[in-house]
Design a binder for this molecule. Sequence first.
Ligand SMILES: *Cc1c(COP(=O)(O)O)cnc(C)c1O
Length: 397
Amino acid sequence: MAATLPRKALFDLPEEVIYLDGNSLGPLPRGAAERAHEVMTSEWGRALIRAWNSADWMGLPKRVGDRIARLIGAPAGSVATGDTLSIKVYQALAAALAMRPDRRVILSDSGNFPSDLYMAQGLIRMLGKGHELRTPAPEAVAEAIGPEVAAVMLTHVDYRSGRMHDMAAITRRAHEAGAVMIWDLAHSAGAVPLDLAGCGAEFAAGCSYKYLNGGPGAPAFIHVRPDIVEEVEPALSGWMGHEAPFAMEPGYRPAMSTERLRVGTPPVIQLAVLDAALDAWEGVEMAAVRAASIELSELFIAEVEARCPSLRLASPRDPSARGSQVSFAFQHGYAAMQALIARGVIGDFRPPDLMRFGFTPLYLDRADVGRAAEILGEVIGSGAFRAPEYQVMGRVT
Ligand SMILES: *Cc1c(COP(=O)(O)O)cnc(C)c1O
């Protein structure tokens, strides 16, 4: 049965906070702390090493991967979990380049998240084969896909503006040009409906601490299109991606499944927390999440524009071209965000001047969003953001 939204009771949010930063770090799901406690005390504490079998710690990465698969429109068995998103991007890209040995171009875009670009730069240096990373403007990516492109590596929803690529159209274009398609779903998984199976991209990867609420440093995931698994050469050929880890063979033999993209020992406690967090998605259809997200973000834009003429919408106005976040450009954006946070409305800031707000219908309703816009209006209208304490930059913005 489809669940109605929001499901606020499933989250342990502070009373006085309106949380508009679930696109960066999802809140604590109820039950997650208890799950971690149980894994630590009863499984680790009492069963000790036996828990790898008795509590099936060994099967946990795959069980969690199957739950994520449903949310991204991918078949069960096609998603491996573990490590961090940066590592999963590296693995996907390394495998993609090996699949197109005669081509030398990695095509991304100038809006991509820095870590994805840094990983590509590091891989290019490591390979030493003269690969080139091209980063045209996001709007120009589709036309830039040519016969020299080995891999198209894009983040589906832009972390700054929320602008969303047309996944099906770009994937089709990449395939027509003979390139391998890699999607980064960091701002898409749990935010918008996805159809990985339908679009046929070879690889997709994402993190689980944003919309999926797996907690800080939660393990990442990677999807590989099932029919190409055996073509995927794992660049990080660790024992957990081996066909038979406990055979302890001297030579590497990749698992004959997506599991070949696992590397080392899984983070059992974080995976258990993520598994508990995914309970909040049970019975939830992404189409309902999307409808509610559009309603909330449209309301926010209208309310903010009515109250704050000095803020400029930096996200696409057409909701079908945006993910589940909205950004406003404002010259004093950093200070204004600090003033807003001091008043219990939590969003974040991205340079040069973006105030960023995430819309997460699992635990936000219209009243929250209306109230947040009202408080933002007060902060901007009163000039309260000019106070000296709001000008000091923290290490994390
Ligand atoms: C959040 C994010 C990351 C972060 O990568 P980690 O390895 O988890 O730190 C990478 N890429 C994109 C597009 C992101 O939004």
